[in-house]
Design a protein around this ligand. Structure first.
Ligand code: CMP
Length: 139
């Protein structure tokens, strides 16, 4: 049991062949994978996923980048999942990410920052539902 967060392994990390290493770090940190798929977003779907950022200057680039190649989407379960996962991945900008975090190890820029992590329980639910039906995840 525990609560849930949502993650994507982004096109930079997927393309570099780091998905397995990242999933291993996630499991070793005590997260249980309760849904998982490899897929690729269209620019339109990336725009929907990141709609909260549509007024930001980086939005158009972000949609283009997030649809540029395959990604992995996953729902993860652990006590205190949202906060603990954000600690594991590190700061949005890898230049500011702590040693040993996923972004410090694998991100290349503030945009191509290896992984996404939900920022609240509410968004974790919305984001998981964006990718997975009730038949595609562990109950
Ligand atoms: P993520 O945590 O998925 O949420 C929004 C994404 O926008 C972020 O990771 C980055 O990939 C991207 N991004 C690009 N530029 C910026 C920026 N200046 N500030 C925050 N996010 C950015």
């Amino acid at each position: 049991a525990g609560n849930r967060t949502f993650t994507m392994i982004k096109p930079d990390a997927f393309g570099a062949g780091n998905s397995g290493a990242i999933l291993k770090m996630i499991e070793e940190a005590g997260f249980k994978i309760v849904a998982l798929k490899a897929t690729q977003l269209s620019a339109e779907l990336a725009g929907k996923f990141y709609a909260v950022h549509k007024e930001r200057p980086f939005y158009a680039d972000l949609c283009k980048y997030m649809s540029s190649g395959p990604i992995i989407a996953a729902v993860l379960e652990k006590d205190n999942a949202v906060e603990d996962f954000r600690t594991l991945i590190g700061a949005t900008n890898p230049a500011n990410a702590a040693e040993g975090t996923i972004r410090k190890l694998f991100a290349t820029s503030i945009e191509a920052n290896a992984v996404h992590g939900s920022d609240s329980d509410e968004n974790a639910e919305i984001e998981g539902n964006f990718y997975f039906s009730q038949f595609e995840r562990v109950i």
